[in-house]
Ligand binder design. Structure first.
Ligand SMILES: [Fe+2]
Ligand SMILES: [Fe+2]
Length: 398
């Protein structure tokens, strides 16, 4: 998946983009209201207990298992459909590319020469492009968290780690496909010699340790909306990173990014198809879920990123990708516009009064986000430069 983003916006920009509205989660299941706590990190009442040193962060009381239990049956009844319509978006392993297809072959005589060539090409790529690439790689490398997320979902989780249901088969095979993304980018970045691998590896360890908080409440409705959004966003960001590599003359890196981007697009097709089917079966429940996720805003899976020194590394990285045009607030609006059209949300009929309100909200959201984004980008003209640990503390403009 991964990547990317729910975005992209600097903390300053995020403040000005105040379209984050209250969640409509069921209050009886716990308030989603933000509160200052630390989810087991930083100082707590058990001050002296040794804990991983990660920064304090805003946390909320999690809402869990918000999908009514009877809806689990919907996913059971979709299994034949999923077998025929979702699993077709997986590629047979034998037809899949592998990281080795794009990397110097350590078992060949030409290995040193191939590495030298890779490093020569990498010299032409600016530091800020490396920051974007490293952020993508770290996000991909937090894959254990995403598989965990999928296996928290009611009605579709893999109950045994080898369950034969199509939902479980998808989750495992999707994870196996995704696993190649972080692997390839990691090896490329290591060989490039342009980055501080130890500090990147430390960031990955912190991130996997921290997890993620997409506020999807164990609901496959909410999480498959999230993954539809994320797969498309990731495809866009890898594609744009590839275009930057091409502009700096590294056609091999451009090919790597383009290849990963097209995997993400295939995953997007599967997840958007699931939501399309849910709109057929349960239009009311699905449009309410879509409005729910959009009110919360789709956050990047790597939003709990920390590198051991910069407490705002995630917003700094987001600012760099926004400035480079790798993933921007405009992309966020574009993804939403695409999905609303793809699922024909405007044409839904037979909705309850609450469902119609959700439909109106979702359909009016894109122009609102675009207006807010334009105003925010007019204001956010400051040119801060900060050091990034990932590139040996060299300075990069935000
Ligand atoms: Fe993906
Ligand atoms: Fe990926």
């Amino acid at each position: 998946m991964a990547l990317q983003l729910g975005p992209f916006l600097t903390s300053k920009t995020m403040k000005s983009l105040s379209f984050k509205l209250p969640s409509n989660a069921n209050p009886s299941r716990g308030s989603p209201k933000s509160m200052s706590s630390n989810l087991g990190y930083g100082s707590t009442s058990k001050e002296n207990v040794k804990k991983p040193s990660v920064p304090r962060r805003e946390a909320r009381v999690p809402v869990t298992h918000s999908m009514p239990p009877e809806k689990i049956e919907i996913f059971k009844s979709m299994e034949d459909w999923a077998e025929k319509n979702v699993l077709v978006h997986l590629k047979p392993v034998e037809n899949c590319w592998q990281p080795q297809d794009f990397l110097p072959n350590a078992a060949s005589d030409g290995f040193e020469e191939q590495v030298r060539e890779l490093r020569e090409r990498a010299k032409e790529i600016p530091d800020d492009n490396f920051v974007a690439l490293v952020g993508s790689m770290i996000t991909e490398e937090a894959l254990p968290t995403y598989q965990t997320m999928l296996n928290t979902l009611d009605g579709v989780r893999d109950e045994t780690a080898s369950s034969p249901t199509p939902w479980a088969v998808w989750t495992r095979a999707w994870t196996a496909e995704e696993n190649r993304h972080g692997d390839l980018l990691n090896k490329y970045l290591y060989l490039s010699g342009r980055v501080d691998m130890k500090r990147i590896e430390r960031t990955i360890q912190y991130l996997i340790g921290a997890g993620m908080d997409p506020q999807t409440e164990n609901s496959p409705y909410l999480f498959f909306i999230y993954t539809s959004f994320q797969e498309r966003a990731t495809s866009i960001s890898h594609g744009n990173t590839g275009r930057l590599a091409k502009a700096h003359g590294d056609m091999k890196l451009a090919h790597i990014c383009g290849t990963i981007s097209s995997d993400e697009k295939r995953h997007e097709a599967a997840y958007t198809k699931i939501i399309e089917k849910l709109f057929d079966i349960d239009p009311d429940g699905t449009v309410l879920a879509l409005a729910n996720m959009m009110r919360k805003r789709i956050t990047m899976p790597a939003h709990l990123m920390y590198d051991g020194c910069d407490h705002n590394i995630f917003s700094h990285y987001s600012a760099v990708v926004q400035r480079l045009g790798v993933y921007t607030a405009k992309d966020y609006a574009d993804v939403l516009e695409f999905l609303v059209g793809r699922w024909k949300v405007e044409n839904l009929t037979g909705l309850s009064a609450e469902g119609r309100r959700a439909q109106d909200y979702v359909c009016s959201l894109v122009p609102k986000i675009r207006r807010l984004e334009e105003r925010a980008s007019e204001r956010a003209k400051e040119t801060l430069t900060i050091p990034f640990s990932w590139i040996s503390d060299r300075q990069v403009k935000l």
